[in-house]
Write a protein that binds this ligand. Sequence first.
Ligand SMILES: Cc1cc2nc3c(=O)[nH]c(=O)nc-3n(C[C@H](O)[C@H](O)[C@H](O)COP(=O)(O)O)c2cc1C
Ligand code: SF4
Length: 719
Amino acid sequence: MGRDPKYDILFEPIQIGPKTARNRFYQTPHATGMGTQYPAQQAYNRGIRAEGGWGVVNTEYCSIHPESDDTPWIGARLWDEGDVRNLAAMCDKVHEHGSLAGVELHFGGANYSGYEGRLAARGVSQIPSKAFWMRSCSAMDKEEIRELQGFYVAAAKRAVSAGFDLVIVYGAEASPIPLQFLMPYFNRRTDEYGGSFENRARFYKETIELVREAVGDDCGIVVRFSVDNLRDDDLGIRVEEDGTRFVEHVDHLVDLWDLQVGGPTLSEWLVAVGASSFRQENWQRDWIAQVRPHTTKPIVGVGRFTNPDTMVAALRSGQLDMIGGARPSIADPFLPAKIEDGRIADIRECIGCNICGGRVNQGGAPVVCTQNATFLEEYRRGWHPEKFSRASNSDNDVLVIGAGPAGMECAVVLGKRGMRRVHLVDAESELGGNMRWITKLPGRGEWSRVVNYRKIQIDQLPNVEFIPGKRLDAEDVAEYGAEIVIVATGSYWDGDGTNVSSRLPIDGANPQAGNVFTPEQIMAEEQDVPGPRVVIFDSDGYFMAAGLGEKLAREGHAVTIVSPFHDMFPYLSFTGEAGHFRGTLESLGVTLIAGHVLTEIHLDGVALGGSDGRTASITSVEAECVVLVTQRQSDDELYRELKRNREALAREGVVGVYRIGDCVAPRLITDCVFDGHRLAREIDSSDPAVPLPYIREHRIMGASDEYYDAILGNGPAIA
Ligand SMILES: Cc1cc2nc3c(=O)[nH]c(=O)nc-3n(C[C@H](O)[C@H](O)[C@H](O)COP(=O)(O)O)c2cc1C
Ligand code: SF4
């Protein structure tokens, strides 16, 4: 199958200053938690994107100087020759596949921690950091501004020697210092760097000029710029005012504009990245399209582009010249290659859950992806997103019990590894497990891509069969005839109110009483919720209580949500969705009570105590119905029974019984997908229940690249 000619435009080369990108796919800078600290993982992870067809592949934000230290976050750095060598490995991997490598020069100003180097950072004005507690910066005088610009120049020169083709002068989300000069929100200066637009723009303009001069003809200059901060006051940038003015002001210095909107502070950046619960594909169009008349240079923009028709429309309409993608490239590094090969149905579309960004927001842990279990496993586990080796025990049948995210992923990977037959069995009539009803919650429709992508793969694999409507007990499993058994029976919500605060059941939480419900009873069993007044107790803290609250309120119930946390829905803050859900719920008249737990449930309401779970009841709420969103339990009965009967199973020819996903421990969907993937990748290891060791990329005295490769057992060493 070849490329549909209507997508040809996506594969036209484009000039970026002295460099030519081979197509219109631009992986925008995004953090992974690798930086220069894990150079091999950084190199392999970006290299895979180049192999998958992204014509430009960028680093994450890259600190230019030790003052810009945001430890414990792990970003790239260009402080010295060691960093040059580490990032050169990434450039080599990207160049191997004919793509351009870009680096995003970053200085955080007020947003620094100094936790590693213990230095205070210089800033625009002396203001406290919103990113780290107890941090203020020193306001620069002109001499210090010149020094800072010297840091940019030195880092740009190092970027050239590392082999980068593009240097990005970063002034976009999370507000690096050029944006802090431009935004009155940060800039309180009264000299020629503060006040009027020309003054506030002076630092950014001078810096672009100096970087341009420093890299000469060796690199293209990209300016990543936030054209609108989505603020409703006068302290930010608006596209129709300073946004387009700045583009005109420095257009002659720029080879490519990388434009986006939002994210004026570190706490807001992921809100602007945009979860699918409230942002659709290409949602930034109306802002970015306004810039076109103000520039003669090409524009790249973002907006969770996964549909090639939307991409073509964005190019043809003149909105964009290149398609930017961070999350789409994480969820499917081979997105461009699949368009090129005419394999549109095989694109593993990002679901917009923002679990990736949530990891960044939780202090810089390695990024994970709900859709792509191989993300950041390319080097340390040697997993290629599109290549699967034939299992050495492929002459076995595998029975996978439970077709939720873990079971589906496991079946797909086992199918790709050539197992003789994979029988994916579920008691329900459809694939998906809990996803069948989670995707019906408000704002969770796009999450059905988790199921749809895997259904398409299963349909294409002749050795994988989905067997619906079959509930198996231990005896059935023994008689089934498969040599390998994998239990992926998921989890269910607790009905007795045991919660993270008290660790105890709630008095009166009796599922038989007719007034207490679990999420499944409302969503999967579609039970009628009695009475006008509903209390939801949320000690889970993620999407479930907010989604149920919105649904029940829209159905006409008077809803109160009680949470032991002092911020409602804390995990939604990590994914940048808390503000959206709080606003929606408040507009629907939902009452939100933070910092309390349910101590008792009566037929006519609930008693509430303090958030520590030990305080006696202090207030009450009247309600006819209570929904408990407290904690989940693994549905592991079948697994336990099979384990007890291992010897009997062995007599029937069963050589292995394993479990994956929520059946092991209830976690995020990404963890279930990973579990299923991991087991299938290692199904032919000596004990698949125990994960194979992965390369821990850290300094081992006297170790060489060959040593690491010997552990991995494949892949060339990075020179
Ligand atoms: C996990 C993650 C990390 C990011 N880190 C950066 C970063 O280091 N620098 C940056 O300019 N943008 C960063 N971004 C923003 C992306 O480059 C991009 O603008 C945003 O995700 C919207 O594009 P998308 O819809 O294609 O994901 C990050 C986004 C994500 C999801
Ligand atoms: S974690 Fe979610 S939002 Fe992030 S890339 Fe993966 S699917 Fe998309």
